[in-house]
Design a protein. Structure first.
Length: 297
């Protein structure tokens, strides 16, 4: 579950801080994600002008996101930060893309809240309030469309050990060996630069490995899913990026929540928790979560 803000967020638990705001009228609501009830008895607040304020913690929980806090920044995501907001600021981030919120997040009863309109802008799908039934309804996110997006720089597929992108040649074996040299590096959600933190989340690991070979990739897994060329699972080569959904995130299970690098021989090198960067089999468990693959070099 992920919210990402400029400057990044650290792996700390949510803290309830900030000045007390005037409290609108409180209601108890049920949260629905893709027409599936996820949480009940959720406190929401309505202003006289019609704005409905929804608690961020329950929003993250209902979508099966992790929520992390640092210095006024809240980040949500699965194995990396997909979305982030700063308190009292209208500028938020969806992956690597800035988003302008119609209302800034604020504290109500010492907890962070966003309006349904702000959540709609952040997630890029409608988030609606049904006053008659006291329901907050989140529309599903479907990232399968990202598999069709191709980046603009020229790519050359090769059956040899050399990968090429934008005039840069990368030896596939060298890339995988470099990635394997990072096995055991600790995982940290919304990890900062490796040089200072010596930690990774899933997308910062991929970004770091490719950056070492001169290939600049976006910071988040959802943004990385928009680059490169789609490849069939039957045509995977070492170095291809594999994208997965996080079980329980939206009823559709079609939202990118994790990325790894195909290491060849039916293995993935990636990070998502303990023991940090690891090699795992691209087995039934991961194939059941698999969305699509991209070739970026």
């Amino acid at each position: 579950m992920t919210i990402f803000i400029t400057g990044g967020c650290t792996n700390r638990q949510t803290e309830h801080i900030g000045l007390q705001e005037p409290t609108p009228t409180g209601h108890t609501a049920t949260m629905y994600v893709a027409n599936v009830s996820t949480l009940s008895n959720v406190p929401v607040y309505r202003e006289s002008g019609g704005l409905v304020w929804v608690p961020l913690e329950e929003t993250a929980k209902s979508m099966n996101y992790d929520l992390h806090y640092a210095n006024g920044c809240f980040a949500m995501g699965g194995t990396d930060a997909a979305y982030s907001v700063n308190m009292n600021q209208t500028r938020a981030m969806a992956g690597d893309m800035p988003v302008e919120l119609p209302q800034a997040p604020k504290y109500i009863d010492h907890k962070p809240h966003l309006t349904t309109q702000a959540l709609s802008a952040l997630f890029g799908v409608p988030v609606n309030w049904n006053g008659e039934r006291s329901q907050v309804i989140f529309s599903p996110i479907d990232d399968r469309r990202l598999s069709d997006r191709q980046n603009t720089f020229p790519l050359e597929q090769s059956e040899t050990e050399t990968l090429r992108a934008a005039g840069i040649s990368v030896n596939k074996n060298d890339l995988i060996r470099f990635a394997e040299g990072l096995v055991g590096t600790p995982y940290q959600f919304a990890a900062g630069p490796y040089e200072s933190t010596h930690t990774f989340d899933c997308s910062s690991f991929v970004q770091y490995v490719y950056g070492h070979f001169g290939i600049k990739l976006p910071r988040s897994s959802r943004a990385q899913a928009e680059v490169g060329q789609s490849v069939s699972v039957n045509q995977l080569q070492p170095g291809d990026l594999l994208f997965f959904y996080t079980p329980g995130r939206f009823a559709s299970n079609q939202t990118v929540g994790h990325v790894g690098i195909y290491a060849g021989n039916g293995q993935i090198i990636h990070t998502y928790g303990d023991p940090g960067v690891t090699l795992t089999e691209f087995d039934t468990y991961w194939r059941n979560r698999f969305l699509f693959a991209k070739r970026v070099v």
